[in-house]
Design a protein around this ligand. Structure first.
Ligand code: ATP
Length: 367
């Protein structure tokens, strides 16, 4: 167990800056999720920490000790990559046992203990029935679990898990998320978990860092990331479906949404005060999450505007309803037992208590 720290790490591949002054601390024993879209720099970060990618500048510290120049095998960090790279001529059991078979580890653990560990991890990952099979006899998701198991049989200072359950089906992924969280909490091993899946990030992470094109946009607890996004990028990246964002004209006690048919929404007195104090001359954007929009009758006087229902996506108890207002589309997330009819005209009522305000020029949150 250890604290892992990155200080201003920069990594370029030719002209591409994969990591730009990336700094963060993973406290001892915590599950730290690196959340970012494809190409954001997640694998590069993991490669740099585990020592298989050479960075250009900055430092990596394990419990305060600079390991930037240490060989990967001397860092005591176990890494699971999204690609499996299993030994084809080994069975699942042998693949899982392999990391415990180095002369050094053989000295630390007796054979029955090593085999017991393999069986425990195999059971944990639902691989108990597959131990005698060879990689060629496994599905993609099974191979990925073996690759993850090969990492989890070790008890290093830190785990680096790069999209370790990306290839599992939805049900198994859901199950593995909670299993992995449980295992990590029980073992208390400092873990960096990279994923493009915000639901995974928010449900599993003790701490979440949002990475965008090599830049850390925000680091915080899952609640902070969701409820207090620091900028437009985080606001629109975290949340499913994403936050609705509107350019508005601020007019004291209300905002006017700039669109083909502008409409006015009253805002809270405290928001009015805050905007008057902090906003200056900046152009304003307002964000509202789909769960904070109600659909009403089109002639409801409480509706702020109205539009046509063009899509209904039912996700069990809740549904995502897309409403078109001339050229704009707005998404609302509502209970499935209150659905409007497709192509009907509905009123939209925005909950201004849940508004997010952003400076359109700097993209920073105003709060
Ligand atoms: P994914 O989720 O798709 O795996 P990622 O967040 O892990 O993406 P990285 O693989 O770290 O992203 O890549 C970050 C950036 O660096 C991307 O623009 C990528 O194209 C670039 N990159 C990564 N590896 C190399 C390489 N070996 N040579 C050149 N460019 C690279």
């Amino acid at each position: 167990m250890a604290q892992v720290e990155l200080r201003t790490i920069t990594k370029k591949y030719g002209k591409v800056t994969a990591l730009d002054q990336v700094s963060f601390v993973i406290p001892d024993g915590k599950l730290f999720v690196l959340l970012g879209a494809s190409g954001a720099g997640k694998s590069t970060t993991i490669g740099v920490i585990s020592g298989i990618v050479t960075h250009d500048s900055g430092g990596i510290f394990l419990d305060g000790r600079d390991i930037s120049q240490a060989f990967p095998q001397n860092r005591d960090i176990a890494t699971a990559f999204e690609s499996y790279s299993l030994y084809p001529h080994f069975t699942v059991f042998q693949n899982l046992l392999f990391p415990l078979e180095s002369p050094e580890r053989k000295k630390q653990m007796l054979k029955p203990d090593r085999e017991k560990r393999v069986k425990e991890v195999a059971d944990m990952l639902g691989l108990g029935e597959l131990l005698k099979r060879y990689p060629r006899e496994l599905s993609g998701g099974q191979k990925q679990r073996v690759a993850l198991g090969r990492t989890l049989v070790r008890r290093p200072k830190a785990y680096m898990l790069d999209e370790p359950i990306a290839h599992l089906d939805a049900k198994l992924r859901h199950h593995m998320r909670s299993e992995l969280k449980k295992i990590q909490t029980e073992l208390g091993i400092t873990t960096l978990y990279a994923t493009p899946d915000q639901l995974e990030a928010l449900s599993m992470g003790d701490i979440v860092a949002v990475l965008n094109k090599g830049v850390v946009e925000q680091i915080g607890m899952p609640d902070e990331i969701y409820y207090n996004p620091v900028n437009l990028f985080v606001a629109s990246f975290v949340g499913d479906p994403p936050m609705n964002l509107f350019s508005v004209d601020y007019q004291g006690d209300h905002v006017i949404v700039e669109c083909d048919t502008p409409y006015s929404i009253p805002i809270l007195p405290e928001d009015q005060k805050m905007l008057t104090e902090k906003m200056g001359d900046c152009r304003l954007k307002v964000g509202v999450r789909p769960v904070n929009i109600q659909l009403t009758a089109s002639d409801d006087p409480k509706a702020h505007t109205q539009g046509e229902v063009i899509l209904i996506d039912t996700l069990g108890q809740t549904s995502i309803v897309t409403v078109r207002l001339k050229s704009e589309e707005i998404k609302a997330k509502i209970p499935s037992d209150h659905l409007p009819k497709l192509h009907s005209t509905v009123g939209l009522q925005f909950d201004s208590q849940r508004f997010y305000y952003f400076d359109a020029a700097t993209t920073r949150s105003i709060c």
